[in-house]
Design a binder for this molecule. Structure first.
Ligand SMILES: Cc1ncc(C[n+]2csc(CCOP(=O)(O)OP(=O)(O)O)c2C)c(N)n1
Ligand code: SF4
Ligand SMILES: [Mg+2]
Length: 223
């Protein structure tokens, strides 16, 4: 358990997501019970970012690992933190089954519409018309909308999408997700997050980029 300086790129959205999670845990005095599982991807840069225990897993395996952790230690607050690639591509199978079984864990997905850590390749979330390092011709297929899919599989789950640009909502969804885990159900919050390094966008244009993402990925609680 330690607390170090951020190693995320300047302007990255992930530190804000992690701070919102920390605030929600702190508010309910749950820091010592919480364990944050990290996927491979830029999420791994969170390993010493918050003063809570962390668990490093393989790419796409964070949900399965934190699922197991929760079963072994039922009074813990088990949180799986992954990118859109980790959650919706390589880790999709374990995510869907954990949701269908209504496992009492919380999954947080940082959706930056690319594989950021490896250089901005297309992900399942890459948007129609978007250019990436592997799609110089703009992408033509519909992106994957993870929260909407999961809500169809588990009506008891708390499933929401929010964005970096709405901190009040981000805090609210984090609190609700943790409360849902405490009530014995599955929860997932997807956060539309800045990746200035791979988008090659900076300053006020970052906010405009996310506002455009919101047209494709609607924010709010999935019902
Ligand atoms: C089994 C396996 N396949 C591929 C990789 C290479 N890899 C590392 S990070 C990553 C993409 C991460 O993208 P995402 O999950 O969206 O996280 P981000 O970096 O965008 O936050 C890939 C493909 C790996 N580490 N392990
Ligand atoms: S590459 Fe993108 S997601 Fe990764 S730390 Fe940098 S800005 Fe954040
Ligand atoms: Mg990503």
């Amino acid at each position: 358990m330690s607390h170090a300086k951020s190693t995320f790129c300047p302007g990255c959205g992930q530190p804000m997501t992690l701070r919102a999670l920390h605030q929600a845990l702190k508010k309910q005095d749950l820091e010592s019970k919480a364990v944050l599982g990290l996927d491979i991807g830029c999420s791994l840069l969170a390993w010493d970012f918050l003063p809570i225990n962390t668990f490093q897993t393989h790419h796409g395996r964070v949900v399965a690992t934190m699922n197991g952790f929760k079963r072994a230690k039922k009074d813990s607050i088990s949180i799986a933190y992954a990118g859109d690639g980790g959650a919706y591509a390589i880790g999709l199978q374990s995510l869907l089954w954990a949701a269908m079984r209504d496992e009492p864990i919380t999954v947080i997905v940082s959706n930056n519409v690319v594989y950021a850590m490896t250089g901005g390749q297309s992900a399942p979330t890459t948007m129609i018309g978007q250019k990436t390092s592997t799609n110089l011709d703009p992408v033509k297929q519909e992106p994957m909308r993870g929260p909407e899919l999961i809500k169809q599989l588990n009506p008891h789950a708390y499933v929401a999408r929010t964005s970096m640009t709405d901190m009040k909502e981000l805090n609210h969804h984090m609190e609700q997700a943790i409360a849902t885990q405490q009530a014995g159900h599955f929860s997932l919050v997807e956060v539309l997050s800045f990746c200035p390094t791979n988008w090659k966008v900076a300053g006020p244009d970052l906010k405009a980029y996310v506002e455009n993402m919101k047209k494709i990925f609607p924010v709010g609680v999935c019902s």
